[in-house]
Design a protein around this ligand. Sequence first.
Ligand SMILES: Nc1ncnc2c1ncn2[C@@H]1O[C@H](COP(=O)(O)OP(=O)(O)OP(=O)(O)O)[C@@H](O)[C@H]1O
Ligand SMILES: [Mg+2]
Length: 256
Amino acid sequence: MALLSLQKVTKTFGGLVAVSDVSCEVSSDSVVGLIGPNGAGKTTVFNLITGSIRLTEGDIFFDGKSLKGLRPSRIVSLGIARTFQSIRLFQGLSVLDNVLSGCHCRMRSGLFSSLLHLPGQRREEKAVLERAMIELEFVGLAHLFRSAAGSLPYGDQRKLEIARALATDPRFLILDEPAGGMNEQETMTLREIMKAIRKRNITVMLIEHDMSFVMHVCDHLLVMENGQLIAQGAPQEIQKNPKVIEAYLGLEDDDE
Ligand SMILES: Nc1ncnc2c1ncn2[C@@H]1O[C@H](COP(=O)(O)OP(=O)(O)OP(=O)(O)O)[C@@H](O)[C@H]1O
Ligand SMILES: [Mg+2]
């Protein structure tokens, strides 16, 4: 059964059609790659799913419920978490505080119990702290929890964003170019992290230009060009698809 379903999704920016009539599904427990040339509309699809921009036409369903008009924080609370193409961390804050910054919208205690330091609140804070450390351990950054996020190498900052997303306890994880800017060693480690995420039964949708990474990690690929979904299927089929080769795979290395 589809965990996420896009139905005739369109997004225009003024006269520009960034996403045009896209319909597709992501089934539970799969890792789906969204690929295509620069400017194809991939990130715009992610921004629509996570509610950071509004649909022009169409609808998006998560677990059978429409996400239309919901605020990003509400969408996180339904179990959808994301990372960003251009890293968005609080550079001056510690690694741990960055993970904690992702957790607050999943906390149940209100302002009242928080101000009074009620026992329930303290218990919840402890649980959140433990969860944050578990996720840092999961991505291999626990030993750096006191360091400023901005002092980490680029690859580790990407992993930190993943830890922050995981700490919100998502069922659906959206990664926008997780291997972007990583060296070969960092990309291999990321591949291991992706395997471990799959074992946790978290459904993943990711954008990536590194085709070797995509081929190793994804079970299904969606291909966009000029705002349209031009192909989808198993990675091995997509790699041979003449339309995809012409639109994207045959291009010179255009990685950013
Ligand atoms: N907020 C915005 N306002 C105006 N135009 C936008 C906005 N966001 C995206 N666009 C435009 O929509 C089109 C699709 O952009 P998008 O960022 O979704 O592409 P992409 O497939 O993620 O590309 P890349 O691989 O380079 O990240 C581009 O022409 C882009 O300039
Ligand atoms: Mg993008």
